[in-house]
Design a protein around this ligand. Structure first.
Ligand code: PHE
Length: 465
């Protein structure tokens, strides 16, 4: 009865949804797979004990990542509403509104810097196609990256282009926009990353790179490393801000929320590992050191890939796949904002898309103009010595997402009726997964909140190990 009532309400409001299980899987995976897979994950794994870190990461996924993702899907599909509307429907207590407020803030803060880095990636696709990396040297790679980042005009223009692409897809709607794009591009991303991985594995000396990535070294596992694994798992799976609530609200009634979460987590981890396999053997086979973040992605990779036969084609493939990852992740963040503006503020979809693009570009330009020490605003300190760029990153990843995730876990674990959760996760008793649901609830109530509290307090240096 309840489901029928919701369906009728949805039909009345013409609310869109994804067409089926495959579309749902690729859309959610598109959100999870992002810049985090390509330059953050492989490096963090390699530096922090390889296989040993992976084990810790997988434990974090099981005890924190998947339970929070299931909870977000529960909130979304139960209500078929944007994050604010969903929380209001599930609880009259205004305290829980803060989950939505934090989520929307986090969405903006992530977009301010994410759209900037995505712009760099787009510009590298263009540069690779033009052949700018042919015969590149360490010096010219550095100079090219400097020009891309410091600008000021090129990075602003590329950020604008990236936001325009995201907006054009979003204006088309959930099924014709998000679903079509993710269903086509995510499989393509897999193909491209496998090609890059195979090429890397066939290089002489590839095993050095694999050793860097997979060698099990438990001596490197410190409390600090465990915390960074947890933070990474959270950012990677797009949790803590309502992105997955919003996507969950477009799920069909027969979607298995628990297995979907598990499949997305597994596939996302596979993409991260494939990225590491594409990157490190190549870097090591040229005797280079993997360095952190932007330097690896934007300088070392063009340098080493360009030395391979067909290197330029590989570079086009590599930056295309990175651009796909960045774009599908941005789509999910901005969709959360659009669902809020259309459903809560009554804006037309196209108006909401344009309004959000303008807000993100205006404030995001502060991130772009402060991304490097040499940028115009590079030395302006905004938050405890951090630039605009670093402030947006720090406040979203270290404060808003963990707090949002913690509140979601407590809300669904303690303040929502058990029956409601059990009914929704079993698709009204259609699925025979009672024991899995029980395990999920125990973890959500007793393990997830404790782990998340520790991560949060230590990321703010309130507790130290
Ligand atoms: N999961 C994305 C990545 O790894 C980032 C993201 C965070 C996307 C939060 C949506 C919400 O790059």
């Amino acid at each position: 009865m309840v489901t029928v009532a919701y369906r009728m309400e949805n039909e009345k409001s013409n609310r869109e949804s994804f067409s089926g299980t495959i579309a749902i899987f690729f859309a959610a995976l598109g959100s999870a797979v992002g810049l985090g897979n390509i330059w953050k994950f492989p490096y963090v794994v390699g530096e922090n004990g390889g296989g040993a870190f992976l084990l810790v990461y997988i434990i974090c996924i099981v005890f924190v990542g998947i339970p929070v993702m299931v909870s977000e899907f529960y909130i979304g599909r139960k209500t078929h509403k944007n994050v604010m509307g969903a929380l209001r429907q599930l609880s009259p207590n205004p305290v829980w509104k803060s989950i939505g407020i934090f989520g929307i803030l986090a969405g903006y803060f992530i977009m301010f810097f994410y759209s900037c880095v995505s712009g760099w990636v787009y510009s590298y696709v263009f540069k690779a196609i033009k052949g700018d990396f042919v015969n590149i040297t360490a010096d010219s790679a550095g100079a090219l990256f400097g020009k891309t980042v410091v600008g000021p005009f090129p990075p602003l223009v590329w950020q604008f282009i990236a936001m325009t692409v995201v907006s054009l897809i979003l204006i088309k709607g959930v099924e014709k926009g998000i679903e079509r794009v993710t269903k086509t591009l995510i499989p393509l991303l897999f193909v491209l990353i496998i090609i890059c991985g195979i090429r890397a594995l066939t290089l002489p000396g590839a095993s050095e790179g694999l050793k860097f990535l997979f060698k099990v070294d438990f001596s490197k596992i410190t409390p600090g490393v465990i915390l960074s694994a947890m933070g990474l798992a959270f950012f990677k799976l797009s949790l803590g801000m309502g992105t997955m609530v919003t996507y969950g609200s477009y799920f069909t009634e027969d979607t298995n929320l628990i297995t979907t979460s598990a499949k997305v987590a597994v596939a996302d981890t596979i993409v991260s590992l494939l990225a590491g396999i594409a990157i490190f053997p190549t870097v090591f086979s040229f005797g280079m050191k993997p360095d952190q973040g932007p330097g690896l992605l934007f300088m070392t990779i063009p340098l080493v890939f360009s030395k391979l036969p067909f290197g330029n084609i590989l570079l086009v493939a590599f930056f295309c796949l990175t651009a796909i990852a960045a774009t599908t992740a941005m789509i999910s963040i901005v969709e959360m904002l659009i669902a809020y503006f259309t459903e809560e503020k009554g804006l037309k979809r196209s108006t909401a898309v344009i309004l959000n693009a303008i807000i993100i570009l205006l404030i995001g330009s502060l991130a772009t103009l402060s991304a490097d020490k040499a940028s115009i605003l590079g030395n302006v300190s905004v938050f405890f010595g951090r630039s605009f760029f670093d402030t947006f990153d720090f406040i979203s990843s270290n404060i808003l997402l963990p707090v949002g995730g913690l509140l979601i876990a407590i809300f669904v674990g303690y303040f929502v009726k058990k029956n409601s959760v059990v009914n929704e996760l079993s698709n009204n008793e259609q699925l025979k997964n009672r024991s899995v649901i029980t395990a999920y609830r125990y973890i959500l109530m007793y393990v997830t909140p404790i782990l998340l509290t520790i991560v949060f307090l230590s990321s703010l240096n309130i507790i130290k190990f």
